[in-house]
Design a protein around this ligand. Structure first.
Ligand code: AP5
Length: 216
């Protein structure tokens, strides 16, 4: 199974990708998580990416494509993987097609949520900086307030979840990422899912989509 999660910021790509990857025992490749880790460590990649991320803009294509290329060469992706947050531009999608050749993507899951719900989800999001698990203060709170259930680390709010940056990320999505819906629809890989229900309900629909139609 080689799956892409598409959708605007905050629709729940990371939440669903994490579950699917854990259940299928395949890696979740989140370009956002990889970039945030690089920023935290102050690596050359992180220094390059930080300004773009803080402003809610996309990191340049060549940087992100290089990063995914490296991940897809690792032996642990042989049995499949879940891409979360990549591709995000038509240039990235075309580069991915070239990288994968005959071992192409099997399913593209596009999650759809109205704007006011996206803003609610992003404003209440808290994440674990250590294991990247995602919570929401109302809809997915941790058992112990402010602490990750998985590793006990203190939860944090992302820098780019400020209201003005959320607006800029949504505008970038409309301009640069939304065209990918048509790109993958034309390839016959797209599954459009209403992602407004509970996390469990959306996940049930994700499972139905990835098992309904196995492209090999
Ligand atoms: P990235 O980390 O990919 O951010 P994003 O796409 O903006 O998506 P988010 O992580 O904000 O949201 P999500 O859809 O994963 O939602 P989540 O599951 O967390 O990218 C960050 C930045 O990195 C970019 O702006 C860019 O600068 C750079 N970048 C990354 N990839 C790049 C690329 N390919 N090219 C160039 N630049 C790149 O859920 C959100 C909240 O909602 C959580 O609190 C969750 O608990 C809650 N929630 C989830 N599902 C539900 C539900 N069903 N009901 C109620 N609450 C829910």
């Amino acid at each position: 199974m080689r799956v892409i999660f598409l959708g605007a910021p905050g629709v729940g790509k990371g939440t669903q990708a994490q579950r699917l990857a854990a259940q299928e025992k395949i890696p979740q490749i989140s370009t956002g998580d990889i970039l945030r880790e690089a920023v935290k460590r102050g690596t050359p990649l992180g220094l390059k990416a930080k300004g773009f991320m803080d402003a809610g803009k996309l990191v340049p294509d060549d940087v992100v494509i290089g990063l995914v290329d490296e991940k897809l060469k690792q032996p642990e992706v042989a049995a499949g993987y879940v891409l979360d947050g990549f591709p995000r531009t038509v240039a990235q999608a075309e580069a991915l097609d070239r990288l994968l050749q005959d071992r192409g993507i099997t399913h593209v899951i596009n999650l759809d949520v109205p704007r006011d719900e996206i803003v609610r989800r992003l404003s209440g999001r808290r994440s674990c900086p250590k294991c990247q698990r995602v919570y929401h203060m109302d809809s997915a709170p941790p058992a112990r307030e402010g602490r990750c259930d998985n590793c006990g680390e203190s939860l944090q709010q992302r820098v780019d979840d400020k209201p003005e940056t959320i607006e800029s990320r949504l505008a970038v999505y409309d301009r640069q990422t939304r065209p990918l819906i048509e790109y993958y629809d034309k390839k016959g890989l797209l599954h459009n899912l209403d992602a407004t229900g509970s996390i469990e309900r959306v996940y049930a629909n994700v499972l139905a989509a990835v098992h309904s139609q196995r492209h090999v």
